[in-house]
Design a binder for this molecule. Structure first.
Ligand SMILES: Cc1cc2nc3c(=O)[nH]c(=O)nc-3n(C[C@H](O)[C@H](O)[C@H](O)COP(=O)(O)OP(=O)(O)OC[C@H]3O[C@@H](n4cnc5c(N)ncnc54)[C@H](O)[C@@H]3O)c2cc1C
Length: 384
């Protein structure tokens, strides 16, 4: 008997919703299974904004994927009519030798990406909210900006449904096993069969994908919204870039313009300063000392930003040891199962191209996109 579905997608967050949309658009019979509801705030794809940029300090190998992700994000907005990307420009700030600045410059030069280098005086002149030290510089990228994660997930779910995918919510997968030429997937409600399974479980990966051979550490992260002193005017997207700022001690903060109207503040956060957690045990309360620490860090660099604290929310990173993603056929089940996990706090800007890659791997067994960096068998060197 033929399996009921061509592909089952497990997890309909950022990556899974994109995979479901790409698969369904190619005519595959798709079943999506999600633990929570559509577009929820208990995983890694919520909080109103995500930075996108092309001059990628993490590794130049990401740049071709980013170029494709930009095309696909544009197409997603066109096809769904949703407001997703705000390309307000972005500055990568720090000392010239910092990873944030030097790494961004390396990618920009290697891929010939349009960019400008600004000294401290020029940064202060163009963006008066930012007060860099005299020895700090910035790589400015006009094509950088932000993406709205909830709208992205909603858009991909909308496209998946438009192409007849079946999406089931509040239905966590409890286990799966090889079955005939494909897989059998169990939930509390039912048992489903498919030719292919794609597993994109976000922060649930450590429990579900322990046999991948890549240790994934889940971290609690906090996003903070402040109403700037003197109002949001200078922080509006037409005046304000996204920023990622590394100080002399290597502490990185990042933030956004005020995108949600005059009273909703601007978001700021630490990059990679989380505490280890699990999706079951994460402390969702944000404590006063944490708010004070963020306000102090922000005040040192954007003195008007921490005017009034408005709100904070938690989110999870799923970190691999080298902070590169895992996207591959499952090494123990290469004929039937594909995995996408370990996005290490920088995956959102890639969401639609990851969807495309997952559809390639599930339907064709291979992809023309360069993904060798994401092979689970790559070993675990420290971040460059
Ligand atoms: C605070 C914060 C800031 C970030 N900032 C940026 C940024 O500026 N730029 C950027 O590019 N990236 C950023 N990221 C990273 C990016 O958001 C993530 O890499 C991305 O959202 C991960 O998507 P995902 O699909 O892997 O996880 P998720 O979106 O969490 O999706 C996983 C889904 O799987 C479901 N699931 C789990 N187990 C099961 C099961 N057994 N059965 C069914 N469903 C299941 C979950 O409910 C969830 O919906 C940030 C992340 C955080 C937390």
């Amino acid at each position: 008997m033929a399996p009921a579905y061509d592909v089952i997608v497990m997890g309909l967050g950022g990556m899974g919703s994109a995979a479901a949309a790409h698969l369904a658009a190619r005519g595959a019979r798709v079943l999506g299974l999600e633990r929570f509801g559509p577009v929820h705030n208990r995983g890694s794809s919520h909080g109103g904004s995500r930075i996108t940029r092309q001059a990628y300090f993490e590794d130049p190998a990401y740049v071709p994927l980013l170029l494709r992700a930009y095309e696909l994000y544009e197409r997603l907005e066109r096809e769904t009519g949703r407001d997703i990307a705000v390309l307000c420009g972005g500055v990568m700030l720090g000392r010239p030798e910092s990873r944030t600045v030097a790494g961004s410059l390396r990618s920009a030069r290697q891929w010939d990406l349009p960019h400008e280098l600004l000294d401290a005086r020029e940064i202060r002149r163009r963006f008066p909210t930012l007060t860099p030290a005299d020895d700090e510089i910035a790589l400015y990228e006009a094509r950088a900006g932000l993406l709205r994660p909830e709208n992205t997930v909603a858009a991909h779910l909308q496209l998946a449904l438009r192409h007849d995918a079946e999406l089931r919510y509040q239905e966590p997968v409890t286990r799966w096993e090889p079955f005939r030429d494909g897989v059998r997937v169990h939930t509390a409600e039912d048992v489903y069969t498919a030719g292919q399974l794609i597993i994109c479980p976000g922060a649930w990966a450590p429990g579900l994908l322990a046999d991948l051979g890549v240790p994934i550490t889940v971290e609690r992260q906090i996003m903070y919204w402040f109403q700037p002193r003197g109002g949001t005017g200078p922080y509006l997207p037409r005046n304000h870039p996204v920023y990622l700022w590394e100080d002399a001690a290597g502490v990185q903060i990042y933030g956004f313009p005020a995108i949600d109207g005059p009273d909703r503040g601007a978001k700021v956060a630490f990059f990679r300063k989380g505490s280890v957690c699990t999706p079951e045990t994460i402390d969702r309360t944000v404590h006063d000392h944490e708010i004070r620490e963020m306000a102090d860090q922000a005040a040192a660099r954007l003195p008007t930003l921490p005017g009034t604290f408005l709100k904070a929310a938690t989110c999870m990173y799923s970190n691999t040891p080298d902070e590169h993603f895992v996207i591959a056929r499952h090494p123990l089940h290469p004929g039937s199962t594909t995995v996408a996990c370990g996005f290490s706090g920088h995956g959102f800007k890639f969401v639609p191209v990851v969807g495309e890659i997952l559809a390639d791997l599930a339907l064709d067994g291979t992809t023309s996109h360069p993904i060798s960096l994401f092979d689970p068998g790559r070993g675990t060197p420290a971040p460059a």
